[in-house]
Design a binder for this molecule. Structure first.
Ligand code: IYR
Length: 229
């Protein structure tokens, strides 16, 4: 079957404009921080809807969009999630995580107590759909699910940041309790629990440094291949 292709909607910026936008967006993103101290200040549901609209523009394997976002502001459900998450984290910090892992977490100052799960106005849980469900309940294959969901998560965090809100990527593993509490179907697995809201007035964050560019980027220019035998 011949696919129906439509013209790309695209306006070409000048090269100086491209360079300026690339720099200024880096500066915006470089101010993003993972936050654990939340304000209880309310965020309207419509804002969360737009953040998920942005996240759901992510490219995905065969355009299957294999994700479900569940956004919770109900205090009763938030409490259930906190209790279940802290139960798992109690096991994690109390012996399930090896010494090496605990030492790696020391600079973050995390522990088994997760008050932000009740304080943040929204808990956004990202589920991966391991396969889809067709109109008659038949299984639909999904492709590159981890990659697709990872990209959607990145776009969601970017949208949160550029809206002027903060988020935490929380992974209270194992996360099976989220499918139960949120009553999600068998084809879905929770992969991220993201409290979203405003930071507390006195929020503090670890003094982390990002890797220098040389450690994360290798550039191979045309002349580089000519110099090699
Ligand atoms: N899930 C635990 C432990 C934890 C693990 C990693 I890897 C982190 O980057 C941070 C925390 C917790 O949320 O405390």
């Amino acid at each position: 079957m011949k696919p129906k292709l439509i013209p790309l909607q695209y306006e070409k910026p000048s090269l100086p404009e491209v360079a300026a936008r690339a720099r200024s967006f880096f500066e915006v993103m470089n101010r993003r921080r993972t936050v654990r101290d939340f304000s209880p200040a309310r965020v309207p549901a419509g804002v969360i809807e737009d953040l998920v609209r942005a996240a759901s523009t992510a490219p995905s394997g065969a355009h299957r969009q294999p994700w479900t976002f569940v956004a919770v502001s109900d205090p009763v459900i938030k409490r259930r999630i906190r209790i279940a998450a802290e139960r798992e984290e109690h096991e994690n910090y109390g012996g399930r995580m090896p010494e090496e892992w605990l030492r790696a977490l020391e600079p973050l100052g995390t522990d088994e107590h997760k008050p932000f799960l009740e304080i943040a106005p929204w808990l956004v849980v990202l589920f991966r759909q391991n396969y889809g469900l067709g109109p008659d309940g038949e299984h639909v294959r999904h492709y590159y699910v981890s990659e697709s969901v990872g990209i959607a998560a990145g776009l969601f965090l970017t949208a949160v940041h550029q809206a002027g809100l903060v988020a935490l990527t929380h992974t209270p593993s194992p996360m099976g309790f989220l499918r139960e509490i949120l009553k999600r179907p068998d084809n879905e697995t929770a992969c991220l629990l993201m409290p979203v809201g405003y930071p507390a007035a006195d929020a503090r964050v670890p003094d982390l440094r990002r890797k220098p560019l040389e450690d994360v980027l290798q550039i191979l220019r045309e002349q580089d291949s000519a110099q090699r035998p």
